[in-house]
Design a protein around this ligand. Sequence first.
Ligand SMILES: [Zn+2]
Length: 656
Amino acid sequence: MTAPACDLLLTNAHVLTMDPQFTVHRDGAIAVTGDSIAAVGAAALAYQAAQTIDCGGRVVMPGLVNAHTHAPMTLLRGLADDLRLDVWLMGYMMPVERAFVSPDFVRLGTRLACAEMIRSGVTCFADMYYFEDAIAEATAAAGMRALCAQTVLRFPTPDATSYEESLARAADFIRKWRGHPLIVPAPAPHAPYTCTPEILRACAELAVEFDVPLHIHLSETTQEVDDSRRLHGMPVVPWVKKHGLFDAKVLAAHCVHVDEGEIRALKNFNAGVAHNPTSNLKLGAGVAPAARMVDLGVNVGIGTDGAASNNDLDMFEETRLAALLAKGTSGDPTAIPARTALAMATRLGAAAMHMDHVTGSLEPGKRADLIVLDVDRLHNVPAFGHDASAIYSRIVYASKSTDVVDVMCNGRWLMKNRELLTLNERELQEAARGEASRVDTFLSSREVSVLQKLVAVGGAVEQESFEIQVKARVPTADHVLAVMNGEHVTVVRSSHYHQFDTYWSFSDPDQGWLRYREDEFLDDAGNVTGARSRLTLTGRTKEDHFGAVLLSRSRYYAPATHSTRFYREYFRPASERIVEKDRRRWLVAYRGVEFYVHLDRLVKPAHDGYFVEVKSRTWSRRDARDKAAVITELLALFGTHPDDTISDGYADLAGA
Ligand SMILES: [Zn+2]
């Protein structure tokens, strides 16, 4: 009887199979044929190999599985740090992505990420980004295995102008890559709060149709969960379930804020979870209940998340942190022992990605995705043999990514003796520096202009407009109310509201005032019937004046889609002033011209009496002069004298 043949035999290896029984072969061997593992342990020694490599007693284990990342974001590493998630994402990442992300950008970023990941022993990762086709191409060329998920969002992205377009892009992408030996394509509805129920359902249907996984961010922050409860009356997991998400094979990144019931639901729907401890810590999101999820049988992998929120893709660091955090947050040093942590970084991660039939452990029939690790470096000696699981502690608590010597994926060496074989590091570093300097130029010019920063965070932009206006003190409301009820003016409509204004100024006074205004509409009984928020950027100085009547310019006007806290942290103003007032507002016609008349009572800063304000849009200097004359007459009707007018805005009064 002839011995079975194999292409490669690794001998004299300390083999950690990471199979469900955690089988270890102390002086073991592995036979590789083509892209797959033919045999492990004593059985491998029966093989007749074309090539035999003596591993010198080093550890041979499955390649690490990075269960959640955004590979091209290596190019945005260190771009904006120490910011809150919304400011970081909406204020920096997304605007830069809109301006720079292209197929070339993601190709370069992916190659950089692959080089970094191969160096740290990763053979398989779960990605989510734009132009996923270019990412899949770069990944396959680097020889790595990946779940590549094409992002779908409810708003325009760098690679799609609408959600329909991004969904079509995802479908095309999946059709093209399905069945590839290294790439598993998938749709990625970005997150519940950036998608609609329709998008969630459509993505799940797409994943089911092609039998591919679905990659999503779930329950990352308390804000996301609070918003879900407020808007939908339930936390995130039941809400996405309601919209059919779990019909698909889900890989859910984060799951930081999930309760016991949600964890059980994840388990029941066989959803995998990617635990991203560094990213969650760095963005202040919290610590996922990873130990509890593992205990309840959820497949929990470990992910680095993108390099913009980590800032590296080092799975050794991530795995150690996952093991340590579970202990530190629970007070229980037995939580997530080293062996479990390493299983999360390998087999459980592959299972979370629904790819454990091909990778994640060293078992016959699975693809040959493995690494050779030197555990005899200075920082990892001596070693004790009395406890069989000590090897897991050595790897999780003391090994470093720089201890990875060789990396094989799908039967092909990607790194040998710490030399990358499929990527040119020097070239990548050079190209990445070039890309960074372009982004730098863009951000430096943006950072000095409040207007440009406003445009960058989106919302409808209204071009500059001119207003002619006057403001005067009136001791009582009586005169103004009498005019409004009298014969002189025709009231087109009127309203009553409570107005909360936050004025921000900047170290460069030429940037003007940025005003965040919240209006609460009041009915006749004084009940709040509705609310809206707007942003206005005004010049600090007036453009011109006609007697007491001023001509002012508004440079920007948009609905405010974020909180005051968001804008404060994003713009970092030099000063802030708060004005709160009760406002009666009329649109009136007087002598053939339409004016807005405001009767204001200042609540904060508290002020006796009232202010009356008259204003109108204007288009030309002549128009402004004509209207100024009519406004002056109107002021006289209100019983105010030109001496009663004030040129200060309410923000100036608040600062006084
Ligand atoms: Zn992410």
